[in-house]
Design a protein around this ligand. Structure first.
Ligand code: CDP
Length: 224
């Protein structure tokens, strides 16, 4: 591990977890912009591994080859997603990748490598808003604030259909089930997370709530 560029007590991590369509990406990005923090979409990292597996014709159930792939790939997640320098921003959102990502994300060696990179990413930036499925439970158990976003199943399906079409909307039920029941780092609410139901709430309203919660937790020396 490289040396952190900021002392730990100055590092603010906001962990945003939740199922597909709960509003994670939109809310996490807006919280980061409001607070002047960096934003990391960890789902894009798992999608990048799944996408590369499809490109290289690697069976996503092949644990060892997937682990080797995850360790070897250069993944840069920002406004664009670059995998070994190639712009895969759109490609990682395809329905093929959405199907393949479940097996990639269930692989404990792939997860270990992604978690290691996510921690380095935060250390290098001195904090950030990190969005995913296991951020509050596994990646940053000492995050300054943990938020678990939910929304009604109808609302989540509606948001996905608006974004990407009905095929993707119906897929969220399968992924929720797989993400919540897998053996390694399943989607779960951290004990100390604040659950926010985003159904029928505006993005601004949810962002206000999260920044308000964070303001209450600005305790010096609390870590992460
Ligand atoms: O945006 P959407 O909810 O469709 O999914 P995503 O955040 O892009 O994540 C895609 C998949 O990656 C999820 O269904 C999980 O299987 C996996 N994932 C994970 O296991 N852990 C994370 N921290 C983030 C994503």
């Amino acid at each position: 591990m490289s040396e952190p560029s900021s002392p730990l007590e100055e590092i603010i991590v906001v962990a945003v977890d939740g199922p597909a369509g709960s509003g994670k990406s939109t809310v996490a990005r807006a919280v980061a912009a409001r607070l002047g923090l960096s934003y990391l979409d960890t789902g894009a990292m798992y999608r990048s591994v799944a996408h590369a597996a499809l490109c290289e014709d690697i069976d996503t159930e092949d644990g060892e080859r997937m682990a080797e792939l995850a360790r070897r790939l250069r993944i840069e997640v920002g406004e664009q997603v670059l995998v070994d320098g190639v712009d895969c921003t759109r490609a990682i959102r395809s329905s093929e990748v959405t199907r393949a990502v479940t097996a990639a994300a269930a692989n404990p060696q792939v997860r270990a490598e992604m978690v290691r990179r996510q921690r380095l990413w935060v250390q290098d930036r001195g904090g950030g808003v990190v969005e995913g499925r296991d951020i509050g439970t596994v990646v940053f158990p000492d995050a300054r604030l943990k938020v678990f976003l939910t929304a009604s199943p109808e609302e989540r399906a509606r948001r996905r259909a608006a974004e990407a079409g009905d095929a993707v909307a119906t897929d969220i039920t399968r992924r929720d089930q797989a993400d919540s029941s897998r053996a390694h780092s399943p989607l779960a609410t951290a004990e100390d997370a604040v659950t926010i139901d985003t159904t029928e709430r505006t993005v601004d309203d949810v962002v206000d709530e999260i920044t308000g919660l964070l303001a209450q937790r600005q305790l010096p020396g609390k870590g992460w």
